[in-house]
Design a binder for this molecule. Structure first.
Ligand code: 8ID
Ligand code: ZN
Length: 349
């Protein structure tokens, strides 16, 4: 049976501190489900939400978190396609209106009334979380709920970004921030999708991880003397990569990408450093026919596809499990760029 109280991590005000305490369990509305979150990933977005980094209003106090994997324990009266005891995932997109032009054309992340888990509605840093039934990710019964958690935001987002770039099997992709949460999954999706990967990040631990995950070349942004030249040299004809997937939480690489991208290449913006701009020279962008495009999470079908790659055993990125009570220490490591891969929280601890 569902308890009336539960453990949660609450962001009381911008910048913290966060509080680990007991709060009431909510009841799902008619089109919602209540999920007993077993595991939840910690995304850099959660840190942006805590710090109030973006020009987008959020709820306060707030329960963060949007990579929650768990079991359905209550369903609203209008819900008929999700059942008690189903395994589901709660994603960044908690709900959307389902009837605007964007929702109707499978661009539901662009819905003006989209509800965002752990941002405009309470998320998954709690033991029982609510989401619209239409938007929860359907997971096979035997899914490893800890391992799948990072797929629910990081995996879906990088899979979508790679698809949006239009890159083809056998072509070269640069993944910037390859040693982080999104990056570690991007290395695996790129490999599964038949791409050749140049990973950029820093330090021995991340280098080793990226190489194990399928990157052919690793460039350390902190020690490279000429990053633009190093990237171009890493492609066989020296003319640069077909696509760049920008995942770093730092503006500088957003400027560099336009310098080494291959003619006709595509730069995909995904990382969201506070207050950052992209800047590219008009002349060389025109005469080299460069494309620069943003990519924002994924729609429900992208989610289902990204999860299917995982369920088929093609996506195995490293993650470390700690208790929900230890969220602050995960944020401390994240701020210093010390996390290779993803942290996943066990909500029972
Ligand atoms: O839908 C979206 N667009 C979406 C979805 C999910 C997350 C966007 N995001 C955003 C997050 O809000 C965040 O801004 O993607 C960014 C990355 O999230 P993450 O992967 O969860 O962050 P992380 O684990 O801290 O990894 C960041 C990596 O970037 C590296 C760091 O070393 C770290 O490994 N990095 C940095 I900071 N500067 C770099 C540089 N100059 C760099 N790597 C290469 N070059
Ligand atoms: Zn995220």
């Amino acid at each position: 049976s569902v308890p009336t109280e539960q453990w949660a991590q609450i962001f009381e005000k911008s910048g913290g501190p966060i509080e680990y305490k007991k709060i009431p369990v909510q009841k799902p509305g008619p089109d919602e489900v209540l999920v007993n979150v077993k595991y939840t990933g910690v995304c850099h977005t959660d840190l942006h939400a805590l710090n109030g980094d973006w020009p987008l209003d959020r709820k306060l106090p707030l329960v963060g978190g949007h990579e929650g994997a768990g079991i359905v324990v209550a369903v609203g009266e209008l819900v008929n396609d999700v059942k008690l005891d189903d395994r589901v995932g709660i994603k960044w997109l908690n709900g959307s209106c389902l009837h605007c032009e964007f929702c109707q054309t499978a661009d539901e992340p662009l819905c003006a009334d989209a509800q965002l888990s752990g941002y405009t509605v309470d998320g998954t840093f709690q033991q029982y979380a609510i989401a619209k039934a239409a938007h929860v990710a359907r997971l096979p019964k035997d899914t490893d709920l800890a391992a799948v958690a990072p797929v629910l935001c990081a995996g879906i987002t990088v899979y979508k970004g790679i698809k949006e770039s239009g890159i083809k099997p056998g072509q070269w992709v640069v993944i910037i921030g390859a040693g982080g949460g999104l990056g570690s999954l991007a290395c695996q999706y790129a490999k599964a999708m038949g791409l050749r990967t140049i990973a950029i990040d820093s330090g021995e631990e991340k280098k080793k991880m990226c190489n194990e995950l399928g990157a052919e070349t690793f460039i350390d942004f902190a020690t490279s003397k000429d990053l633009v030249a190093d990237v171009q040299k890493a492609t066989p004809d020296g003319r640069g990569p077909h696509a760049v997937i920008l995942l770093a939480v730092n503006e500088k690489p957003f400027q560099q990408a336009a310098e080494y991208i291959r003619p006709r290449g595509t730069i995909i913006l995904i990382g969201l450093p506070a207050g950052a701009f992209v800047k590219a020279p008009v002349f060389s962008s025109v005469v080299r026919m460069i494309r620069i495009q943003g990519s924002y999470v994924g729609n429900r079908q992208d989610g289902a596809e990204a999860i299917e790659f995982f369920s088929r055993g093609l996506i195995k990125a490293p993650y470390k499990v700690v208790g929900l009570s230890e969220l602050q220490s995960v944020f401390d490591k994240m701020k210093k760029g010390e996390i290779a891969g993803r942290y996943v929280l066990d909500t029972s601890k």
